[in-house]
Design a protein. Sequence first.
Length: 344
Amino acid sequence: MELINLRSDTQTLPTEEMLEAIRHAALGDDTYDEDPTVQEFEARAADVLGKEAALLVLSGHMGNLTALMTHARPGDEVLLDPESHIFYYEVGSLASVAGLMPKPVPSHHGMIEPTDLREAIRKRNLHYPVPRLLCLENTHNRSGGRAVSLELHRELCGIAREHGLAIHLDGARVFNAAIRHGVSAADYAAEVDSVMFCLSKGLSCPLGSVLAGSKDFIAEADMRRKRLGGGMRQAGIIAACGLVALEKMIDRQADDHDNARTLAKALNEIPGLSVDLSSVETNMVYVDHSASGVSTDEVLARLRKAGVLASARPPRHFRFVTHRHIDAAIVEEALSRVRKAMES
């Protein structure tokens, strides 16, 4: 029995066109700025986001950390949601590597209230770290993949500007957010100083992310990336996939949203499971298993035995994420397996 992998959209494999692009890519040494495929890709990525320049990095984590280190210096204060990926999942690197002080601003279902942000920005004081940077996330992972509206995004960015803060957007899945709200990723990027998006999630590349901003920002970020060990050689093999992704893989993510919605509705009919349908805005489905009476680990073990992979969100939830390899027929097969797993 072949596993149905709904653990994450990071599980996507490159398309045949991407593999052919790797095979035929013109290569050079990227550390010397001599890889023509990387140069072409970075220019294209910057154009898609409406930014002056872009930088290919190995991962979303590296892109976020590079941005933090470029915007702020050790001891500076970074305002961010404690449920954000940068705060929750990136191994404390904003403090341990960048030396920055986090100032949590709670979100509500992934949305930061403008009033809460205003109240969190403190005036300069000898006793406080200097507030330097606001970090936003869109889509918001831990809220279930919710997409922050462009209106709220602009309002939060406006408050940050009023107080002289730089703004970084963790846009790992920003194209999902743009599709959800019928706008462009460039509309979100226009409001911030830097933005990161991942190639290795819904865009189906084997690895890589992009950091974009002004030419001066990216020139400085290039040095920070190098400090993190992110200098690369024939990185055109990554960039070649990215070029295909930007051309072919963005709009198709609307299918992932449709499949996630179908999956969520049917999961609500399985005893012991429930999904807040209002949270299913993009390609993530957070499933509450508390009524089943078993632990998250036990539920995941049952699902795996039935041939379905999910990711844990203990103590009450597990997560499914739809992606290129999950079509409508596979959704139906996954549901059949989930039903059998929960009946056991």
